[in-house]
Design a protein around this ligand. Structure first.
Ligand code: AMP
Ligand code: ZN
Length: 489
């Protein structure tokens, strides 16, 4: 498989450190608010990568943190802790909002068929691990204490800017208008490993450390959690493109200085989802969440489908019109899958299956080209193979795409059957002379509809149960070409 590696700026053959095994780390959400659908684009694409590696036969271990402390309002070391701001906004404690938004995040993930990583670790649960790393960095001369905080000394590195070739002087990280640069830093790019002093004294969560009562910086969390669970050699580290700098750059600086050798081989960054007016935001304008999509009548699968239709290394523009187009295409796709009806005893054509599957794997092997993988799915529906082969390919591809295709197709068929049955039952002559309002007649007609739906869903046991139930009550069902009528004894 070829994967674009942001660290080398090129597509590379993916070769894990240990044959057959993949260690994968994902930067998790900062749980101070709901995730917006931009955040979730990143998690959807990472989910496809995770699932495709499993599909390709790798034994994947995936770890994700939950950022519940230390992520300041600027990704550099300025501003207030986002969690504290969130807690104040809602008049709750930091841990209360962490719990609430962590649950909300996983509920969104479930709706979008994003698999929960094997290990999910809140940052507040690994304080000892960060302290251990920081102690070694200090002992080895990579860190210094100034003004009560511990800083990483970027001047000790041969190469600090891994993902971009910045000129230090051009860089104004975190130094936004109204935010003063931290005068404790020896070099502009240095970053905080441990805070004991901050302009914001009301930080809620603090721990004892060799440098005083304080809290970890955001970057050390991901290095610490990753190394704790995945060891000294990491295969893949993922995140949104905004994480590349300074977050991932700082993770590499501290992890490799701590370990004394290269740490992570492949860096995968998902580009942003933007709105027509620019950056997606949690504070301005319409806050785009999965719940908002649902309120507006979109199935979350439509959003996943929308994401898969574009490449993860291109930024994607969200608009309601784009969602409508995605919904129309998704529904049409599901309808085509629903119309597949293998004949009794039809078997899968193995050669046809293998040829069509190859198009799918070729697409994903080429730097996770999901839009071509979706095209491979359309190729299946057009192909000259039997319905059983098509159905089985849809099921196979959907292990990776996770678009709920067969489930949605089955639901569509059930809905159609129920509608047809209702129409038939409605047309059925009200034999037996009882009036329309007679509750038993209403029940008979309802049951005739349900029985027709059960038969169409091939649930003959249920159909027979309904027939027997009515027979016991003196109602005989009569199946005709036009539908089912009845006779009351
Ligand atoms: P956060 O909750 O802010 O820590 O971000 C969670 C994830 O979403 C990170 O991997 C970010 O890089 C990613 N992210 C943030 N904004 C966007 C966006 N507009 N589109 C795609 N991913 C994003
Ligand atoms: Zn991270």
């Amino acid at each position: 498989m070829l994967l674009y590696n942001s660290a080398t700026h090129q597509k590379e053959e993916f070769i894990p450190h240990q044959p057959g095994k993949v260690s994968m780390y994902t930067c998790g959400p900062t749980v101070y608010h709901f995730a917006h659908i931009g955040n979730l684009r990143t998690y959807i694409m990472e989910d496809v990568l995770d699932k495709y590696l499993r599909y390709a036969g790798y034994d994947v271990t995936r770890v994700m943190n939950i950022t519940d402390v230390g992520h300041l309002t600027s990704d550099a070391d300025e501003g207030e802790d986002k969690m504290l701001k969130g807690a104040r906004r809602e008049h709750k404690t930091v841990m209360e909002i962490a719990r609430f938004y962590t649950d909300a995040f996983f509920s969104d993930c479930e709706k979008l068929h994003i698999r929960t990583p094997d290990i999910v670790q809140p940052a507040t649960g690994c304080i000892d691990q960060y302290i251990k790393i920081i102690e070694k960095l200090l002992a080895d001369g990579y860190a210094y204490v100034a003004g009560g905080n511990v800083y990483f000394d970027t001047s000790k590195l041969k190469r600090y800017y891994i993902f971009h070739d910045f000129e230090e002087e051009d860089l104004a990280v975190g130094v936004r208008e109204g935010v003063e640069a931290d005068s404790n830093k020896r070099n502009r790019a240095d970053f905080v490993l441990w805070f004991t002093k901050s302009k914001f004294d009301d930080q809620e969560l603090k721990w004892e450390s060799p440098w005083g009562y304080g809290y970890p910086g955001w970057h050390i969390e991901c290095s610490g959690i990753s190394m704790k669970y995945l060891g000294e050699y990491l295969d893949i580290h993922c995140g949104g493109i905004d994480n590349a700098f300074p977050h991932h750059t700082n993770e590499i600086a501290q992890s490799e200085s701590y370990l004394g050798h290269p740490w992570c081989r492949y860096w995968v960054h998902v580009h942003h989802l933007n709105t027509a007016s620019g950056k997606m935001s949690k504070s301005k304008g319409e806050f785009l969440t999965v719940s908002l999509l649902e309120e507006k009548g979109y199935d979350p699968m439509v959003y996943r489908f929308f994401c898969l239709q574009s490449h993860y290394r291109r930024s994607l523009v969200f608009s309601w019109e784009n969602m409508d187009n995605a919904a129309a295409a998704y529904n049409k796709l599901v309808a085509r899958i629903a119309s597949l009806s293998p004949a009794e005893g039809e078997t899968v054509d193995e050669a046809g299956f293998a040829a069509l599957k190859q198009r799918f794997t070729q697409a994903l092997d080429n730097d996770l080209n999901t839009s071509l993988a979706v095209t491979a799915l359309y190729d299946v529906l057009k192909a000259d193979v039997n319905a059983a082969t098509k159905q089985s390919l849809v099921a196979d591809f959907d292990q990776v795409l996770s678009l709920g295709l067969l489930d949605h197709a089955a639901a569509l068929n059930r809905k159609k059957a129920a509608e047809a049955a209702t129409a038939t039952a409605g047309d059925a002559p009200a034999a037996g002379g009882a009036g329309e309002e007679d509750p038993f007649t209403v029940e008979i007609l309802r049951l005739i509809g349900e029985r027709a739906a059960a038969k169409r869903a091939k649930n003959y046991a249920e159909a027979d149960r309904i027939r027997a139930y009515l027979a016991e009550r003196g109602v005989t069902l009569i199946d005709t070409k036009e539908g089912t009528t009845y006779r009351r004894d």
